[in-house]
Ligand binder design. Structure first.
Ligand code: PMP
Length: 284
């Protein structure tokens, strides 16, 4: 495939980054994943805003405008054959001559982007959607989960825990037994028709799918939404559990730690929410 590296397009096999890059040595960088279907990007502007915010949190200065990013995304989609593609954007602090923790003064950020084929977006149909089975465990990541850092070891280890238990995600909870998020997604419960998800703070990534979904649901008004702490007791007694991410959209969870969620089937509220999301997602 064709990738972008520091201003140039090239085959992936020709893209070379120094082993002294701080992205490699420290995971010192910020990334994004933006989905596109039939060449149309979903949530492009909010994704770039989140990346800019992440870069400013960690004092990486990069002079890429939103138009530059759009051009990179559209060029990668086109050069790689269109269809349904996820675009991965990665900015590390850059390559230094030594390994020293402090931010170096005069190095240029490394900017890398590639695209990859993604599955078609889920249809709002109970019969065809991928059903998730999840584990749960205490969230052992750091206290800055709002930063979309390329240092993902905590997330990778948690995902692996769920994977080794035969599940396709893992729901995390803090020391107060409150749900935070999944290892690569945001998490929600539905109880008596109300969608409930933890508020934005340092414990979770501010997901763009979350942002768009909550906005779409509030504008529509047919499903009630609450942002508040959710205890694991509530999660275990929920009617429905959902996960969201750019690649999943809204994913229904039918089993938690081997126990059926609600009646063990994909829920009605999920179907209505996915219908609204599918109809509204290109407006962001
Ligand atoms: N939380 C975590 C830890 C994630 O890795 C992701 C996906 N990158 C999300 C939430 C969902 O974010 P988004 O909807 O922007 O893909």
């Amino acid at each position: 495939s064709i990738v972008y590296l520091n201003g140039e397009y090239m085959p992936m096999s020709e893209a070379k980054i120094s082993p002294m890059d701080r992205g490699f040595l420290f995971g010192d960088g910020i990334y994004e994943v933006i989905p596109s279907y039939d060449g149309k990007l979903v949530g492009f502007a909010p994704h770039i805003e989140r990346m800019d915010q992440g870069l400013s949190f960690i004092d990486i200065e990069l002079d890429y405008s939103i138009d530059t990013w759009r051009d990179i995304c559209e060029t990668l989609i086109e050069k790689n054959g269109g269809g349904n593609q996820g675009i991965y954007l990665h900015v590390s602090r850059g390559t230094d001559s030594k390994r020293f923790h402090a931010y170096p003064d005069n190095i240029a950020p490394t900017v890398y982007a590639f695209s990859f084929e993604i599955a078609p977006a889920p249809k709002p149909e109970k019969g065809t959607v991928k059903q998730y089975k999840v584990s749960s465990t205490q969230d052992l990541r750091w206290k800055r989960c709002n930063i979309k850092s390329t240092a993902l070891l905590g997330n990778v280890m948690h995902f692996q825990q769920g994977y080794e238990a035969g599940n396709n995600e893992i729901i995390l909870y803090n020391a107060n037994d409150e749900m935070t998020e999944g290892s690569a997604c945001n998490a929600y419960i539905v109880k008596d028709g109300t969608v409930i998800t933890p508020p934005l703070d340092h414990q979770i990534l501010p997901g763009i799918t979350r942002l768009m979904l909550l906005d779409i649901l509030r504008k529509d008004g047919s499903i009630k939404v609450e942002e508040r702490a959710v205890t694991m007791d509530e999660v275990r007694n929920a009617d429905e559990i959902w996960l969201t991410s750019s690649s999943k959209e809204i994913a229904p969870v039918v089993e938690l730690d081997g126990t059926p969620v609600g009646d063990g089937k994909v829920g009605d509220v999920w179907e209505q929410a996915q219908r609204l999301y599918s109809a509204g997602k290109y407006d962001y």
